[in-house]
Each structure stands twice: as C-alpha cells, then as structure tokens.
Ligand binder design. Structure first.
Ligand code: SF4
Length: 187
C-alpha cells in the first residue's frame, strides 16, 4: 500500500494504449503522405505529447529511450526520428531493440547482423540457441553460423564512451524538439 493511500494511476501510455499503439504514430510517416494522413498524424502526436508532458516519469523515460533502449514508437514526448537525432548529437548509438524483441516476439525469418547475434548471446548466456533464433526472428542455422564465425574470428571490443548525463540528454532533446529543457511548451 502506498504511504498516501492514493490509488496508483496507470502511466499515460498504458492508460491511452490505443493512442500510443496507433499504427500512424508507431510507424515512420511515408514521405509524401496525403494531407489528411499528415493532419491525423499531427493530431495524434499532439495528444501523445500532452500525455507524456504530464507524466511524472518523463525525464527517466526520455533518458531510457534515448540512451539505454532503442524503443519503437512515440515515447517521452519524442518520435523515433527525434530520438535518433538526439543520439547523433550526443554521439551515442543504442542497439536497435524494440518492444517486440524485448518481449521475445518476432515475425517471419529476417536478416540479422553479426553484432546483433553476438550481443544477444552475450546478454543471454543461459538461453538455448533455439530461443535466440526465435527472438532474433532468424533460423537456428543462422545463429550457429554467426556464433561459429565469432569463435573463429572474435570481434574487437567496441570502444566505450561514457554515458551522457540526464542533463545532457534533456538539453539536447530540448534543442532537437524545440521545447524548453524542463517543462512544456505548447506543441
Ligand atoms: S513519458 Fe514515457 S512513461 Fe510517461 S506516458 Fe510518455 S511514454 Fe509513457
């Protein structure tokens, strides 16, 4: 029970899941989309923006979705494109990992790159290769081939940059989105 006995409210993106999971918000807009599609997109983005702006976790959510996990869709009042711009300015890269991958849900077999297979193996040493293949959405033989290549010719360790601070992420996000760093300006 919470100290204040106040009922806990669901996060806005959970409470308004149909908004945040609207395909128009989740997928990048096609170039040259018709005017009515663009108008609808802006309506949805404005609504989602106000939900995130009122969320008590927005700072943490922004940091996590920029620095730690490359989530899909709209999060922390930013689009995936804006988060990519923020990462570029911060000179950081984050492994592409969407909610589906995190949840172990995949579609049909797809191309995976070598680093992706190796990273997932290192992160999940207890998992079977079948599990890894399922999570990567590729065949078992593809996983085995990449792990064999890694054994025979190990990848050099990636150079590590220090993680940016929350303040840096907030400041760069403000530059990219054109909003003030702490607080909300009308979308
Ligand atoms: S800031 Fe993050 S946790 Fe909060 S509503 Fe937006 S997406 Fe959800």
């Amino acid at each position: 029970m919470s100290a204040t006995n106040q009922p806990q409210r669901a996060l806005g993106c959970v409470e308004f899941a149909s908004l945040f999971q609207n395909p128009l918000l989740e997928e990048p807009r096609a170039h040259g989309a018709p005017a009515d599609v663009r108008r609808r997109y802006h309506q949805l983005a404005r609504l989602a923006y106000h939900v995130c702006a009122a969320c008590p976790l927005i700072d943490e959510c922004l940091y996590r979705s920029v620095v730690q996990v490359n989530v899909a869709g709209y999060a922390a009042a930013t689009t995936p494109h804006q988060r990519a711009l923020i990462r570029a300015r911060l000179k950081i890269t984050v492994d592409p990992e969407d909610f589906d991958t995190l949840a172990g849900v995949t579609g049909r077999h797809r191309q995976v790159d070598h680093a992706e297979v190796v990273r997932l193996r290192r992160a999940n040493p207890q998992d079977s290769l079948e599990d890894l293949a399922r999570r990567l959405g590729c065949s078992l033989s593809t996983v085995k081939r990449h792990l064999r290549r890694e054994r025979n010719n190990p990848s050099p360790p990636a150079p590590r940059r220090p993680a940016p601070s929350h303040e840096q992420v907030r400041a760069v996000a403000a530059e990219v989105t054109g909003r003030v760093a702490s607080g909300v300006r009308a979308a």
